[in-house]
Design a protein around this ligand. Structure first.
Ligand SMILES: Cc1cc2nc3c(=O)[nH]c(=O)nc-3n(C[C@H](O)[C@H](O)[C@H](O)COP(=O)(O)OP(=O)(O)OC[C@H]3O[C@@H](n4cnc5c(N)ncnc54)[C@H](O)[C@@H]3O)c2cc1C
Length: 371
């Protein structure tokens, strides 16, 4: 049996960021991943580091997202220096485009509510008209009536991020165990044992970060992770010369030049098939926003499943029954990578989640909603 300091289950973006942070804090950590049989949101996402619409009605989530966006440049710089792999972070701000007056009114109301809920913490946003937008996003289409803008948003290459996190983790002494299905798990307070075949690994700390797999794993450790799948589809065009630097919620240009068009929100269970009607609707909206996109060939398209908590807000918890067991679940693992690697991992290393994390507990689902 191999005895170490911490085990992280799940080698997607959430688990890898946390495992990287734990290894950096000096904990001998194993990162166990099930492999290609699993649903892996981390390999099928849109790559936004997105703040402006996160945490409506949940100011703690708004603050957590902002904190992560602030941590991102430090994390990216450290990964580049340590691994030579650049996650291609750009944070020039971002816009959400509106194609009708009704959309614009709804967006304005949403952003104003975000600002009100931010209180003294502050929330900097502006509603922009077409002429201001044209300076930011050249070759914008006439169908765009306006947009919301915040300075906090950005985008990255999430595949490079994942690669860099894995690489940095191993460099810092982490043990990456891929393609491993856990046959049994035994939990005692501050003593967790996982077995796979003849191998057994034991540690006083465990973090469940297995994406949709957390729903089944969590009860074994006195935790709850009631996450469900939500399908998203993405289109990618052939590469083009650099047209714009600023990402929008549904259209962004990668550093390599391809235009990504995303992403749908479909509640279809574990169905990962692609739907031409959904892709056509996404493409139509993108072409209304940027008519020149119609000239580009779509070269790739895929569907992937988000890891969605019931209220859309992340679930972070520590087990009362088995101290030392933690869980992390969210649908914005790219955006939250900075917070997971630099803040959440430090809390786990210290042995307890900070009081600011209490509102993220799954215990919130025990409180009946007001009528
Ligand atoms: C279409 C789409 C667009 C998105 N766009 C964005 C975006 O623009 N910005 C953003 O921030 N986020 C975005 N996301 C969300 C982001 O991709 C996810 O939040 C993030 O990838 C979740 O990471 P995860 O590690 O929790 O889950 P996953 O990537 O699913 O990883 C979980 C891992 O756990 C492993 N696993 C599961 N069960 C077990 C088990 N029993 N034992 C061992 N290992 C196990 C699996 O092998 C898997 O590798 C998007 C997601 C989708 C689907």
């Amino acid at each position: 049996m191999q005895r170490i300091d911490a085990i992280v289950i799940g080698g997607g973006l959430v688990g890898s960021a946390i495992a990287y942070g734990l290894a950096r804090a000096g904990l001998k950590t194993a990162l166990i991943d099930e492999g290609d049989v699993a649903f892996r949101a981390s390999r099928g996402n849109f790559g936004l580091v997105w703040v402006q619409s996160k945490g409506l009605g949940a100011p703690h989530y708004q603050r957590w997202t902002r904190r992560s966006a602030e941590e991102w440049p430090k994390l990216a710089a450290e990964l580049v220096a340590g691994t030579g792999i650049d996650p291609a972070l750009e944070q020039p701000g971002g816009v959400h485009l509106c194609l009708s007056d009704q959309e614009l009114d709804e967006r304005r109301a949403r952003m104003e509510q975000m600002r009100a809920e931010a209180g003294n913490f502050g929330f900097d946003y502006r509603m922009l008209g077409p002429s201001e937008l044209k300076d930011m996003l050249p070759r914008l289409g006439p169908a765009v009536v306006g947009a919301s803008w915040t300075p906090y948003d950005g985008h990255a290459n999430s595949l490079y991020l994942l690669h860099a996190l894995h690489n940095g983790f191993v460099q810092r002494g982490g043990v990456y165990i891929p393609n491993r299905t856990i046959d049994y798990a035994a939990a005692q307070p501050n003593d967790f044992r996982l077995g796979s075949g003849a191998d057994e690994v034991a540690a006083p700390k465990i973090v469940l970060a297995a994406g949709l797999g957390n729903a089944k794993l969590a009860p074994l450790f006195g935790l709850r992770a009631p996450v469900r799948p939500q399908r998203g589809q993405i289109l990618v065009t052939e590469r083009a010369g650099r047209v714009f630097d600023m990402p929008t919620t549904t259209v962004r240009q990668t550093v390599e030049g391809g235009i990504m068009i995303g992403d749908s929100m479909e509640d279809v269970g574990f169905d990962t098939s692609q739907r031409p009607d959904v892709m056509a609707a996404m493409a139509e909206r993108a072409v209304l926003s940027f008519p020149w996109l119609a000239e580009l060939q779509v070269v790739r398209a895929w569907a992937a499943l988000r890891v969605m908590p019931p209220d859309g807000t992340p679930i972070y918890d520590e087990s009362e029954q088995f101290p030392g067991a933690f869980t992390a679940n969210c649908h914005s693992g790219v955006t939250l990578a900075g917070a997971h690697a630099n803040v959440f991992a430090a809390m786990v290393a210290a042995g307890a989640l900070a009081p600011e994390m209490v509102p993220f507990s799954a215990r919130r689902f025990d409180v009946p909603q007001a009528a």
